[in-house]
Design a protein around this ligand. Sequence first.
Ligand code: FE
Length: 249
Amino acid sequence: MLVDIHNHILPGLDDGPNSMEEATLLATNAVANGITHIIATPHHCNGEYMNVSSVVKEAVDHLNKELIDKAIPLEVLPGQEVHLNISILDDLNNDLLTLADSGKYILIELPRNHIPIFTLEILFNIQLRGLIPIIVHPEKNSVLRKDKQKLYELVSRGSLVQITASSLIGIHGRALKKYTKDLIKHNLVHFISSDAHHYKKRPFLLKDAYQYVRKKISEDYEMYYRENAKHVLFGTEFRPMQPISFNKI
Ligand code: FE
């Protein structure tokens, strides 16, 4: 069993596949990566796309039917990639989707070039409601790229972190590869996932990323990431590794 917790596989909802045909090609690419379960996480409230929960759930049902018809052995579950915004707390009362709709984990995307002043408060309030925030691809945020200790602080306060497979294996250059590897070594990574958008341009690459972890870090870390993703699917908690500060004492 292999679970991907962050991708854009649902057709026509965001900047993922444009058609059901493209979505099934992306699904075939997932299967080739050994993936058995996908939590589909279309963009939510990022200024361009809204994707309310009913729309996501309907698209998931539709895609699952297509996968059964085409005998593609993959199960898709609903989720959202929630862009950090001040109304998240109100939305949690009515429309936000947790990952796999399990009521436990929620994907949070930060803006590209800053960390909003209300970030800590929102993350804290999400946790007060019994949910666990997962910050997606910190390597895409310019503030966290410059200051890894800021990410350490977020993790110390109970957030989890997902890095993107393509960053770790060097698709976006050596700097991001080194950055994501440093985060791993400081136990600031809890999940590796694809953020796949397109079967050719932004495919899953999860197999390569896990292989990289196995060879360059350790088999234990590979198992940790695989197991953590399963916990997200089932909505169960796990004990994260102790984060290591970048500040020397
Ligand atoms: Fe994404």
